[in-house]
Design a protein around this ligand. Structure first.
Ligand code: ADP
Length: 200
């Protein structure tokens, strides 16, 4: 195996999975430093583009404001572009992507073309009531429009149930799906994730 292939074979590429408010972004920032990975949050990328009023931001804004998913093609192109900018990484944490089956298929094909693959999908789990409370709390300080209105939060959960939940079986079929109890202190949850990643 050439140096190039060996490097990609050793990469850790993690999908952090979970409903809105599950703690993906919080945990990603700890895992990123623990394993020296590049953290790609599609939500953060959209918000960055919205803030800077780029063409992509202008397109994405109406979807984010309503709590709807941004169309797949737009999201997939943005994600691939971000991976391509970081090909020297030791691995990636995908946070908030994939969120639909066609995004998951696109990601698998894209990675395969680079001799890379997803190592595991780690799902942070907590009951809806807890998640909704967390989002409303976050909305008080984050300024996020989609966190400040219960109907928008409900819409995000509906988008999750219809479009994202099928990914559980998608990754189970690949034997890559792991559930993690997302209730506890931030540190406890990080430790649960680390324990799992270290066994990969
Ligand atoms: P949360 O997980 O709390 O909903 P995110 O920051 O991950 O927050 O996402 C915020 C919004 O960004 C979503 O409601 C959606 O509009 C858009 N978004 C993020 N990731 C994706 C994706 N993979 N596909 C489509 N839309 C996305």
């Amino acid at each position: 195996m050439g140096i190039f292939n060996k490097k990609f074979a050793e990469m850790i590429n993690i999908v952090l999975f979970g409903k809105p408010g599950a703690g993906k972004g919080t945990q990603a920032s700890f895992l990123k430093s623990q394993y020296d990975l590049v953290h790609i949050s599609t939500g953060d990328l959209f918000r960055f583009n919205i803030k800077n009023k780029t063409e992509l931001g202008i397109l994405a804004k109406s979807y984010l404001d309503k709590g709807d998913l941004v169309p797949d093609r737009v999201t997939i192109d943005m994600l691939e572009n971000e991976v391509d900018k970081n090909l020297d990484a030791k691995g990636f944490i995908f946070d908030g992507f994939p969120r639909t089956e066609s995004q998951a298929e696109a990601l698998d094909n894209f990675l395969e073309g680079k001799l890379m693959k997803i190592s595991a999908t780690l799902s942070l789990e907590a009951e809806d009531g807890i998640l909704i409370n967390r989002l409303i709390e976050r909305g008080k300080s984050s300024g996020r429009v989609d966190d400040q209105d219960e109907s928008k939060i409900k819409n995000r959960f509906e988008e999750y149930n219809h479009k994202t939940a099928p990914l559980i079986n998608y990754y189970k079929r690949q034997n890559k799906f792991h559930s993690i109890n997302g209730i506890g202190s931030i540190k406890e949850i990080t430790e649960r994730l680390i324990q799992l990643i270290d066994q990969l």
